[in-house]
Design a binder for this molecule. Structure first.
Ligand SMILES: [Zn+2]
Length: 182
């Protein structure tokens, strides 16, 4: 949690400058509002996504979830070492690299919800990443995928948590199942 947010750590290439039209984007917005209310995401912390035919739709970077609108979401259609290719009008979440890595490793996962919640960092009975690494880096993506394994919840050491599922509702349920114990 000590690391200060400094924006995205990649170059965004806008393939199309139009907001995503996927019908499920409204549901993602509703989950963002609910997670903001729970205190699991806030301005510039936490990011939620769901898989699409061409990639995934994710929250934009550095936006307050309370004022977020459906047109702010960004479809990520390609990620490599330095660049992220998107369709949308905003820059994608700085942690979209981690979402891409989870979707690539887990064909059974169609939703990735990442939150920041200090009490979750004290959990010891769940999967947890081995090292504390800077956000938005390939190392963070690798660490998270490895620690998550075939599970549906992982704590990112010193940073936050990720819940995944077959659908958005399942990713939310995976978070509730663990965080309700705190
Ligand atoms: Zn984070």
């Amino acid at each position: 949690m000590a690391e200060v947010y400094v924006g995205t750590k990649f170059q965004t290439i806008f393939v199309r400058k139009t907001p995503p039209t996927d019908a499920s984007t409204g549901a993602l917005l509703a989950w963002c509002r609910q997670w903001a209310q729970a205190g699991w995401i806030a301005k510039a912390t936490g990011n939620l996504s769901f898989r699409t035919g061409g990639g995934f739709i994710i929250t934009p970077t550095g936006t307050d979830p309370v004022t977020l609108t459906i047109n702010d979401f960004v479809e990520v259609i390609g990620v490599d070492e330095k660049e992220v290719r998107v369709a949308g009008t905003r820059e994608p979440s700085s942690e979209c690299r981690m979402h891409a890595a989870i979707y690539a490793a887990r064909p059974d996962v169609n939703a990735v919800f990442h939150g920041h919640y200090a009490p979750a960092l004290q959990l010891t009975s769940v999967a947890i990443t081995t090292h504390e690494v800077p956000y938005g880096t390939p190392a963070m993506a690798t660490e998270t995928v490895q620690a998550l394994g075939a599970g549906n919840f992982v704590v990112m050491r010193g940073h936050g948590f990720v819940a995944v599922g077959l659908a958005m509702r399942a990713a939310h349920a995976a978070a509730v199942e663990v965080l309700a114990r705190l």
